[in-house]
Design a binder for this molecule. Structure first.
Ligand code: AOF
Ligand code: ZN
Length: 340
């Protein structure tokens, strides 16, 4: 049964979870709030991979107030011993009465076992409050658990006529300053950032997060490029050479990136690379900055995608359209994406 205040506390737990953005992967972001007699007695979130889980932080803040309390947690409390002791038994030990969970943990070591343990210990459990928000927040973690591939977001800046570059390849700058800051924020939410060798050769991008605070994702290059490129100065850079791409294909590259701990991957171009992700149905999300400029002849965002008829055009489900100063920012999901 959901109570009136449950939503408020779960929202708080979700906003705590978000503080872990960029630092928890390949673990999920998780937030926890403990409430006793209408008073918040404990709060916590998973701050970084390998660190204490959200519930443990919140329990330690609550002290003895945990007895008889209600616990709000954005992900099912874990039942396994990983790098840290399991949370569900800790909640039982600390005498909580009720546990409100946003969504189950798809990790095969947990998958409902945490909830079972709470229930068999006599704790009232409810699942599904603000579930859509909780699943969306951890879409990389959830897709990873289900498919062993990262969640792929195509990000591009285009003019009004959908071009990502002029005929001669120049693209600096299409979108305005505010959009570029936003793009850096998006980068920091991803564990990896992938570009094709064409982009590395022509633009020499550094692909770092500079405009906002936050970690820089691991650079991933499709194709061989020279050592003089800025991106090569990052020791974490992953390069798939031309032979590997031909032999293994994009899907295996995604499986490999997941093995390396990447749960969210941003694909930043160019047109050929974006087209191949779209062609193979491997893209989940689109984040498009649209600048009020007509660019004329040039490279279109999906330049190598050949569509035979309008019925076959790739539909995108719109999530939001926002204004960023003079630009528009479109966010959507592709039909082949998991239904999160
Ligand atoms: C929770 N609360 O705050 C998190 C959970 O290696 P470990 O010990 O950090 O365990 C990682 C797994 O634990 C991860 O795959 C997911 O199933 C769960 N994460 N669970 O109860 C948390 N971060
Ligand atoms: Zn845990």
């Amino acid at each position: 049964m959901t109570r009136v205040d449950d939503q408020i506390y779960m929202r708080r737990a979700l906003s705590l979870a978000m503080r872990g953005t960029g630092f928890t992967s390949p673990n999920p972001m998780v937030g926890c709030v403990i409430v006793k007699e209408g008073i918040v007695v404990g709060e916590g979130y998973h701050r970084r991979w390998g660190g204490p889980h959200a519930e443990v932080e919140a329990l330690s803040m609550a002290g003895n107030h945990s007895f008889g309390s209600t616990v709000y947690v954005t992900l099912e409390p874990c039942s396994h011993r990983g790098k840290t002791p399991p949370c569900a038994p800790a909640l039982v030990e600390r005498g909580i009465s009720r546990c409100v969970v946003a969504t189950v943990d798809p990790d095969e070591r947990v998958m409902g076992r945490g909830l079972d343990l709470l229930r068999t210990s006599g704790i009232e459990v409810s699942v599904g409050l603000l579930e859509d928000e909780a699943r969306w927040l951890n879409r990389g973690f959830i897709k990873g658990a289900l498919t062993s591939m990262p969640w792929v977001t195509i990000k591009a800046a285009v003019g009004l006529d959908g071009k990502i570059a002029l005929k001669d390849g120049s693209s600096r700058w299409i979108s305005g300053e505010l959009s570029r800051v936003k793009a850096h924020l998006l980068r920091s939410q991803n564990d990896g950032i992938l570009v094709g060798k064409g982009t590395v050769i022509s633009d020499d991008p550094s692909l770092t997060v500079r405009e906002v605070a936050g970690p820089s994702p691991v650079p991933v290059i499709l194709g061989t490029v020279g050592d003089d490129r800025k991106i090569r100065s990052d020791s974490r850079t992953i390069v798939y050479d031309d032979g590997f791409i031909k032999r293994e294909g994009l899907k295996n590259i995604l499986l490999d990136l997941h093995r390396r701990g990447i749960r969210r991957l941003m694909v930043e171009g160019g047109g050929a690379v974006i087209s191949s992700f779209l062609c193979e149905g491997l893209a989940d999300e689109l984040s498009l900055f649209i600048a009020p400029k007509i660019m004329g002849e040039g490279v279109s965002v999906a330049s190598c995608l050949s569509i035979g008829s309008m019925e076959e055009a790739l539909g995108v489900r719109t999530l939001s359209v926002k204004r960023q100063s003079e630009d528009l920012w479109f966010e959507g999901v592709f039909p082949c994406s998991l239904d999160l």
